[in-house]
Design a protein around this ligand. Structure first.
Ligand code: HSE
Length: 440
């Protein structure tokens, strides 16, 4: 390493992950210098709160509350955006790009909603826009897909990409408690936000699957058409029935390549015990990626948290630093495909999905009810594989549970709407999609 090899970094946002990035840059300085061949110098840290002690030793004057000063500093090479959200973060990223700086971000919400614009701006200025920490925290999801698996047609991805939801579902499964009780525990443990909507209603997972689908298939990022359903209506009863059929319920991000279309959907899903994802419990994440050469690979690790997420951010900083030292930029296209080869590929509408389903009806326990329900299902060409009726009385009704053969979602919706209107059926029917290659 030469005396002069120094790369200046400006960090915007010093919350949990931002502070982790600063800690790693400072604490592992020698290690990083040995691996990069340059000093990764944390020149600036900008945050609206410059009073709280984060336990980070910075030179006098480096900790400031003016992020614009950082993105306008001609000597800063890499901007690390750790602010989050789609407002000021976007403005600062665009300004940094305009100023010819490389950018690292973990901002999945921004990339999923407005990434096409940001990647176009970065391409136009010839700078890197790196985002490993936006999906799956420390798991090398982006780089695995974009670099390690570059020789593969990616056929599918199935992931547990939200630790909050995985923690809550694990708690309901293990302790038989309600969604609300499990959410309270997640909040008490600091895993769930005070407003948990983004996580529990599936939006955070949708941001991630929108980004991954773009990388996998060479398509523009399309969050709008991702089907999103969260876990707030999952009950211990459905989890118990799932277990009886040999399934676990997980909030999955599912994406499949179907030639002229792709699937990109987020919803609670029943998966058989043989699927490795059933063993991923608590706050961790995991994703299975299927390629035509590799078959399946499984990545597993902490999808959130200060140091795991900071680790992914540092990997992007190092990639860019190495590029700078070689006089290169954009050696690896951010979205894996060369820009001219990125297409608009439609996402399959959920009504066109063909899969297996679990239904639960709350029905009166008297003669003819089952045949009435089956008759309506039959009318919509929905073939049933198994039926369970257990005498667990809830409000005078009993749960009638059915698993279907492969059927189309639009038909399922019509049938369920007709069934829910029956006098003998109380409550809305429950529908949970099943991913099970062994089912016929
Ligand atoms: N809130 C997310 C989770 C992490 O619970 O996994 C950031 O996307």
């Amino acid at each position: 390493m030469t005396e002069s090899a120094k790369i200046n970094i400006g960090l915007l946002g010093c919350g949990t992950v931002g502070a982790g990035v600063a800690k790693l840059l400072i604490g592992n300085k020698q290690l990083l210098a040995a691996r990069v061949g340059a000093d990764l110098n944390l020149k600036w840290v900008a945050d609206i709160d410059i009073e709280t002690d984060r336990g980070i030793q910075l030179p006098d004057g480096a900790f400031i509350n003016d992020a614009h000063k950082v993105v306008d500093d001609p000597d800063t090479d890499i901007i690390v955006e750790m602010i989050g959200g789609e407002g000021i973060a976007k403005d600062l990223i665009l300004k940094a790009i305009e100023n010819g700086k490389h950018v690292v971000t973990a901002n999945k919400a921004l990339l999923a909603a407005q990434g096409n614009e940001l990647f176009a701006a970065a391409a136009q200025k010839g700078v890197d826009l790196a985002f490993e920490a936006s999906v799956g925290g420390c798991m090398p999801t982006i780089k695995s897909m974009r670099e390690s698996l570059v020789g593969n047609h990616i056929k599918a991805m199935t992931g547990i990409l939200n630790g909050t939801c995985n923690y809550i579902l694990s708690k309901i499964t293990d302790e038989g408690i309600s969604f609300k009780e499990a959410l309270d525990q997640a909040q008490n443990q600091g895993y769930a936000e005070a407003d948990p909507t983004l996580d529990v209603e599936g939006f955070d997972t949708a941001h991630k699957v929108a980004i991954l689908a773009a990388l996998a298939y060479g398509m523009e990022i399309n969050l709008t058409d991702v089907y999103i359903e969260g876990i707030s209506r999952i009950t211990p009863l459905d989890i118990a029935f799932a277990e009886q059929f040999g399934y676990r319920i997980k909030l999955l991000a599912i994406s499949k390549f179907l030639n002229d279309r792709v699937e990109a959907r987020v919803h609670p899903t029943m998966i058989p015990f043989g699927n490795l994802l059933t063993h991923i419990n608590g706050t961790v994440n995991a994703v299975t990626i299927s390629g035509d050469a590799v078959g399946d690979i499984l990545l597993y690790g902490h999808g959130a948290g200060m140091m795991p997420t900071a680790s992914a951010v540092i990997s992007d900083i190092v990639d860019i630093a190495r590029n700078i030292l070689c006089g290169a930029a954009r050696r690896v296209p951010p979205l894996s495909y060369q820009r001219e080869n990125i297409r608009k590929i439609p996402i399959l509408p959920i009504d066109d999905l063909v899969t297996h389903y679990y239904f639960r009806f709350s029905a009166q326990d008297r003669p003819g009810v089952l045949s009435t329900i089956s008759g309506i299902l039959g009318k919509y060409d929905i073939s049933i594989q198994s039926v369970h009726q257990k005498g667990r009385k809830t409000n005078g009704s009993v749960p009638v549970v059915m698993l279907s053969h492969l059927v189309k979602e639009a038909d399922v919706k019509q049938a369920l709407s007709e069934i829910s209107a029956l006098d003998v059926v109380s409550d809305e029917p429950v529908l949970i999609r099943i991913e099970d290659d062994e089912m016929d």
